[in-house]
Ligand binder design. Structure first.
Ligand SMILES: Nc1ncnc2c1ncn2[C@@H]1O[C@H](COP(=O)(O)OP(=O)(O)OP(=O)(O)O)[C@@H](O)[C@H]1O
Ligand SMILES: [Mg+2]
Length: 307
């Protein structure tokens, strides 16, 4: 795999505030790479330095083999950028916006209808931007970022403000764009988005990347327990009944609800059902919860991601 972005010891300050603090990492061609972190973590500052829109105070950045601070013009031709806040003229029609943006580039996509197809906007070509839904506006912004057929697409806060369904649809679109041979570099403050969509995730907090790996490895290294939760009807059962299950490391009872912590959900569920059978009690509202990237954030920062 070729390295497409490389940051080495990159730092950026605003006065006394260190927004990006000695950050080093690489992005490989063809991957969906995500920077995830809370508000003010430094995501926009970092992504905009890679895009050549901001200049680092120290450290070095290479994007597509270019130095964004010194070769910004050349870089701009080859990358696609979705800014955190896009400003598109409200009265412009979608197809006019595509033609306008294409005119900014030496080599632009000749087939804008293909772009409209990729972004599921075929029937919106003649709509004015202001008449579109939030999800549609965001898809137009992505289509505009793709007019120069970039090798890498930068997406800052891709799905902020979208409802859960629109967010999931967006993930599918991004997967499709990657399949067309593009690298995706995105930022998000949704841990679920990072987990479901990204091949590798860098968790950023107070300007530092504190951990970076595939979602699977981040979760494995956490080695946190899953939770099995349920209520018991028709019988008084003591927590000790469940502490006896070999795979269970800890049992809590919150109000009437039991919470079993375990590394092996399957064994725990099997044992639990066997117990309910032999001891004649009824399990209701039985659920399992696996650890997720929110738990990883908590483990590496000591804080909840949602402050
Ligand atoms: N132009 C600026 N002048 C001064 N401080 C700034 C400026 N831009 C950002 N900051 C500060 O730098 C830090 C990082 O900001 P940045 O926008 O990079 O964070 P972010 O991770 O993108 O946050 P969000 O999730 O809210 O978009 C924040 O503390 C922010 O207040
Ligand atoms: Mg931001």
């Amino acid at each position: 795999m070729d390295v497409i972005v490389e940051c080495e010891h990159v730092t950026k300050k605003y006065g006394d505030l260190v927004a990006v603090n000695d950050v080093s990492f690489k992005v490989e061609e063809g991957e969906i790479f995500g920077l995830v972190g809370p508000n003010g973590a430094g995501k926009t500052t970092l992504i905009e330095m890679i895009e050549g829109l901001m200049i680092p105070d120290s450290g070095s950045i290479k994007a597509l083999g270019l130095n964004p601070a010194r070769q910004g013009r050349e870089l701009k031709e080859k990358i696609g950028v979705l800014l955190q806040t896009t400003s598109i003229q409200p009265d412009i029609k979608v197809k006019e916006a595509l033609t306008l943006f294409a005119s900014f580039y030496e080599h632009a996509h000749e087939n804008t209808s293909e772009l409209l197809h990729t972004l599921v906007l075929e029937d919106k070509a003649d709509s004015r931007f202001k008449k579109l839904s939030g999800g549609q506006k965001q898809r137009v912004a992505i289509a505009l970022a793709l007019v120069n057929d970039p090798k890498i697409l930068f997406l800052d806060e891709l799905t902020t403000g979208l409802d859960p369904q629109a967010r999931r649809n967006m993930w599918e679109l991004i997967e499709n764009i990657r399949t067309q041979g593009k690298t995706i570099f995105l930022t998000t403050h949704y841990m679920e988005e990072a987990e479901k969509l990204c091949d590798r995730v860098g968790i950023i907090d107070y300007g530092k990347i504190i951990t970076l790996d595939t979602p699977g490895n981040l979760l494995d290294n956490l080695s946190a327990d899953s939770k099995v939760t349920f209520n018991v009807e028709n019988k008084d059962i003591d927590t000790s009944t469940f502490e006896a299950i070999g795979a269970v490391s800890r049992v809590e009872k919150v109000d009437e609800r039991f919470i079993l912590y375990t590394k092996d959900e399957n064994v725990t569920l099997q044992e639990l059902i066997r117990l309910s059978d032999t001891q004649k009690f009824k399990l209701t509202d039985l659920r399992t919860e696996s650890p997720n990237l929110d738990d990883v954030f908590l483990a590496v920062t000591g804080r909840e991601m949602r402050e």
